[in-house]
Ligand binder design. Sequence first.
Ligand SMILES: [Fe+2]
Ligand SMILES: [Fe+2]
Length: 473
Amino acid sequence: MDLQTPLAAKFLAFTGFSFAILHLSAILSKESMTISTTLRATGGITFAVLLGVAYSQKDAAIAPAELHRPSAQPDRIILTWASDPANSQAVTWRTSTSVEKAVAQIAEAEDGPLFKPKARTVAATTEEFQSSLGVAKYHSVRFESLKPATKYVYRVGDGFNFSEWSHFQTASDKPAPLEFIYLGDAQNDLFEMWSRVIRASFADAPKARFIVHAGDLINNAERDDQWGEWFRAAGWINQSVPSIPTPGNHEYGAPPNGVRGLNRHWRPQFTLPENGVKGAEETNYSLDIQGVRMVSLNSNVMQKEQAEWLDKLLTNNPNRWTVVTFHHPIFSTAKGRDNKDLREIWKPVFDKHRVDLVLTGHDHSYGRSNLVTGLTKKEGGTVYVVSVSGPKMYNVTKAEWMSRKAEDTQLYQIIRIDGSRLTYEARTARGDLYDAFDLLKQRPGKQNKIVERVPSAKPENLRPPQPEVKKAA
Ligand SMILES: [Fe+2]
Ligand SMILES: [Fe+2]
């Protein structure tokens, strides 16, 4: 039994045990001890012990405020970009408020340990943050003037307590082969059930240049323990692979002032570009990386303003490929979840500029379109994807727009772009290939071609049809 057993549990165990002893004494006093009374007495003692253990285990769960308490040792370390991935890198982390002066150190990576004295120190920007569990400090550093396509080593700390040295690599400043990971809603049971998915994605694509999170990273916007779980589940992956997150409806909630808004964790803990619509900073933004324009739209707010912004952004786009991510799909996987208004505002812009790929979440199931949604043409516009990486699952309604669909399946996606070819793979939590296609870029002004590579041996993961309920005559 846990030495930390709270008084209540000890009391219950003691009470149960005493009851058993009294029961045994009473039986003995009647001088009628038989095998059956022995069993009854033993049963009483066993019950008492089990009761005590059950209570002690329940009450021994570490309190969230303790489990997620910040210390002077940096945690929740995460790489993001605030500007050009070819010559900059941002890092953000958390400590207790006892840290007075936070810094990051950076050097070009070397084969051995000799980089250490060559590291330069960059002072962090620090803000204090009151979460649902207590006060912490969030620190961020933007490394600037870095060399393109170069491996760096960095660490963060306060001069006494440091993280381990970790690697990141700057992007090439020219088009170059690129691999990245895309994850739909993580949202629930993050540490328990989502961790295996993000870790499997990294194991399959350890050279991925970034991870797209298509919203609903957590379930309750202001719950610090859920953000703590999100960071724990990813572990040091976040220290080496930059994240490109877009907010879902679950990143919006009612903070202490009662007004629904972007959760207060988002901006202190992610250092992202502020090049989107004013009022949607660090949620609506774009980044160019190795010939690909990555765009995050915030589907929760200012949809019309973002449509105008996107139209302008894509009018001047020197990149060969354009990938857009946001949370609410404009083609939903289930009846009753259609986002018609959003589709009418955004799809004309996607069509006009021939966006190649749209990555979304929200429906807690999987659906992937062909090139012209609703038709089965081999040439056309945009491929739309809805996916889910966490364990919360909804049903799918069969619809013509989906070339591949799934229920009750946790997925991660690996996307590779090399010259005129984009290769897409969706894999299940255990690593099985579930969906795949290639997009082939044609000469400028021509529409993409698609090569379907759905694994024919793998049937769709769908729930058995529900028996029809017969109406009474
Ligand atoms: Fe959602
Ligand atoms: Fe969700």
